[in-house]
Design a protein around this ligand. Structure first.
Ligand code: PAF
Length: 284
């Protein structure tokens, strides 16, 4: 695996691959890799000739009181895992390489960026779309791979690619879970054993909605009310939102007959976790 820290070098390597007619896949990450990330790498490996990954803890997507300084960093371990998955190129730039001093230009997907996590994390999605647009311009991938765990991010990145006519296919891979249902996340590393147990309430609340849906309930308010009961019983978890929305517009839906995204965010101690499921009407 070739590791590049500068835009000039990684761009030259990616362009050389594309000149040879190779299909180039990009897996953008912030490092602290887990099996969820590796599933994206495997999907890229399976459908692309050349696989590029990036590791960049993007300051622009962290709020002033968020966990940028303590965000888990494990560069050596990450590199070993990417090598093992046969990643060809790794782009791991410094902050100054990505954000030239005095940069004031942003990519914002309006409206969508204020929904779900965007409501409690102002500016977060502007930071995500700006860095993802930069990565697309630097790497020029044919396909880019994202995890369904960040469902709002998926909707917003897809919308950005569409609205800006970016020539990149956005591929979304399913959530990877621990054996007990907890969605894999780099932030799970912050949880102590007690919080790790409490964190299961997110998945439990989603399963409650899923099981009512499977029994035929189509009223979103009823699914939400039942799911919220799980949080009432777990008083150390602070529910941020539990919403049932259209997966593309992120607008709330009242009736889930045509399927919907069920998304939850909650604080466990000082750790903010998110999770979601897609309700799919198998009768259709
Ligand atoms: O999902 C993430 O890890 C980040 O939001 C991303 C897409 C790498 C942008 O910094």
């Amino acid at each position: 695996m070739n590791i590049f820290a500068t835009i000039e070098e990684v761009r030259a390597a990616c362009r050389a691959a594309k000149r040879e007619g190779k299909r180039l896949g990009l897996v953008p990450t912030m490092g602290a890799l887990h099996d969820g990330h590796l599933s994206l790498v495997r999907a890229a490996r399976a459908s692309c000739d050349v696989v590029a990954a990036s590791i960049f803890v993007n300051p622009a997507q962290f709020g002033p009181n968020e966990d940028l300084a303590k965000y888990p960093r494990s560069f050596e371990r990450d590199c070993a895992q990417l090598e093992k998955e046969k990643v060809d190129l790794l782009f791991a730039p410094a902050v100054e390489e990505v954000y030239p001093p005095g940069a004031v230009t942003w990519v914002t997907v309006e409206e969508l960026s204020e929904k779900l996590d965007g409501r409690s994390r102002p500016g977060h999605f502007r930071g995500v779309t700006t860095v993802v647009a930069k990565l697309f311009h630097i790497i020029e991938p044919d396909a880019a791979f994202f995890g369904q765990k960040d469902a709002a991010q998926v909707a917003i990145v897809r919308r950005m690619a569409r609205d800006l006519n970016l020539p990149v296919e956005i591929v979304v891979c399913p959530i990877v879970r621990e054996a007990d249902g907890l969605a894999m996340s780099s932030r799970n590393a912050y949880l102590d054993p007690r919080q790790r147990m409490q964190a299961l309430v997110l998945h439990r609340s989603l399963m409650r909605a899923q099981s009512l849906f499977d029994q035929g309930e189509r009223n979103a308010a009823k699914l939400i009310a039942a799911a919220r009961e799980e949080f009432a019983a777990e008083n150390l978890a602070r529910l941020d939102y539990f919403e049932i929305v259209n997966p593309d517009t992120l607008d709330p839906v009242e009736d889930v007959s045509d399927g919907a995204l069920v998304a939850v965010a909650a604080g466990i101690g000082t750790t903010r976790l998110i999770d979601n499921i897609l309700l799919v009407n198998s009768g259709h």
